[in-house]
Design a protein around this ligand. Structure first.
Ligand SMILES: NC(=O)c1ccc[n+]([C@@H]2O[C@H](COP(=O)([O-])OP(=O)(O)OC[C@H]3O[C@@H](n4cnc5c(N)ncnc54)[C@H](O)[C@@H]3O)[C@@H](O)[C@H]2O)c1
Ligand SMILES: [Zn+2]
Length: 388
């Protein structure tokens, strides 16, 4: 059997950014962020501290959701002129992934030295601050690629939950459901270990217990901090053992239906849990390892379950209930009304989802025709395991 590994890399600082502790040797900084964070003045969290330390900086604020390769290329042309020794990404997963893409290709295509990579997340969702993943879109081909490489791992992550208090409820829900999906997919991953399980269980429990509060009371700092740390813990878990078909499907669905990443995951989640658990077999002889693990998560979420099967069903209902409470779509059709466009691309989307790098570690080996069925169930909201 192939050996499994577990490795930790990023140094994590918790609390308000302090330049002299985090990067005392930095001489110049390239900041990667988005327009909203600049125009709302939130970027001063970084720039004021750099100014006080007398460190010159350049703010690259062109990041948009679902960053693409053109954006990365634009960043490289500026970094090539500015020649910083440090890159600080400040924002959600889109900003962090863009910074990772810029650094990755700047070394390979422009021959630039690798900069110190510091990630400061302002959403609690992707865990990108501690992962070797960068998700870059190709808008021409209408595809999202997970780039996975050791060099993408940030050297330093700064977790300051105060930064997330301003995240509006809809984005809190999208990103929070992403955390739950990361924790669950890492937990049932074909490569899961005791080490990744410890991280995934803790992340799942913290996120499940705090997400509602963070959604309804955005200024509840305790809930925000729990979500921020859960996001990072889930990132550590999936960085080690990768994800599954939920992300494989969400990548292509997100780009085809123009859905935020977390929302694309959330709408698929109940259907993918049922598929992975092989729910029609749960309780019978063929009960899968994934089903038992989902049942354990249901227990962690506080559901009384008298069997593995009822545990899986409770978990599915729990995810459905969260989506309902957060006013998220319960079926893809609610977010992508053009049924003929869906039908025209579902077969291709299913093939692409199976080829997505994240799908390789799914606990159930996926066949495109099976994934097409899951896509259709999720599109039309057809599952006897949902309450709806
Ligand atoms: N690299 C990884 O490991 C990984 C994992 C999962 C997802 N991703 C990728 O990350 C991206 C999604 O990232 P995301 O979900 O964080 O969303 P995002 O970065 O696209 O941000 C969503 C919105 O939130 C706003 N925002 C950010 N911080 C805010 C704040 N503090 N207050 C108010 N608004 C704020 C942004 O301006 C933006 O409009 C997708 O491209 C996804 O594929 C990467
Ligand atoms: Zn994700």
């Amino acid at each position: 059997m192939k050996m499994k590994t577990f490795q930790l890399g990023t140094e994590i600082f918790m609390g308000e950014l302090d330049i002299s502790s985090v990067c005392p040797d930095t001489k110049s900084v390239f900041i990667v962020t988005d327009k909203f964070l600049v125009e709302s003045g939130r970027i001063t969290y970084v720039t004021e501290k750099l100014e006080a330390a007398g460190i010159p900086y350049y703010v690259f604020s062109d990041v948009v959701p679902n960053p693409d390769i053109e954006l990365v290329m634009k960043g490289i042309s500026i970094i090539d002129e500015f020649k910083p020794d440090t890159v600080i990404s400040f924002g959600g997963g889109s900003a962090i992934d863009t910074a990772k893409g810029i650094m990755y290709f700047a070394v390979r295509t422009a021959g630039l030295p690798r900069c110190l990579s510091i990630a400061i997340p302002t959403t609690s969702g992707t865990g990108s601050e501690v992962t070797r993943f960068s998700i870059i879109s190709d808008h021409e081909k209408n595809i999202k690629y997970p780039l996975v490489d050791d060099s993408l791992l940030p050297d330093i992550a700064v977790l300051d939950a105060h930064l997330t208090v301003s995240v509006p409820p809809a984005i809190t829900a999208d990103t929070g459901m992403d955390v739950l999906t990361h924790a669950m997919e890492a937990y049932v991953s074909a490569n899961a270990t005791d080490f990744s399980d410890a991280l995934a269980e803790k992340a799942f429990k913290m996120a499940f217990d705090s997400l509602r509060r963070a959604y309804h009371q955005g200024d509840d700092l305790e809930a925000r901090e729990n979500m921020h740390h859960a996001s990072c813990l889930a990132g550590m878990a999936f960085d080690s053992v990768s994800l599954g078909v939920n992300h494989g499907m969400a990548h292509i669905l997100g780009i085809r239906a123009s859905l935020p990443h977390g929302r694309a995951n959330a709408v698929l989640l109940p259907y993918v849990i049922a598929y992975n658990a092989g729910i029609q077999d749960v309780g019978g002889e063929k009960e899968s390892g994934a089903a038992k693990k989902y049942a354990r998560l249901a227990k962690l979420a506080g559901y009384e379950s008298y069997s593995v099967r009822s545990g899986v069903v409770n978990l599915i209902h729990g995810m459905e209930k969260l989506c309902r409470e957060f006013k998220m779509p319960l079926q893809i059709k609610d977010a992508w009304e053009d049924q003929s466009a869906f039908e025209a691309s579902v077969s291709e989307m299913s093939r692409i989802a199976c080829e997505d790098r994240c799908t390789a570690t799914n606990p159930r080996k996926c066949l495109p025709e099976e994934i097409e069925t899951v896509f259709r169930e999720a599109y039309y909201g057809k599952s006897k395991y949902l309450k709806m």
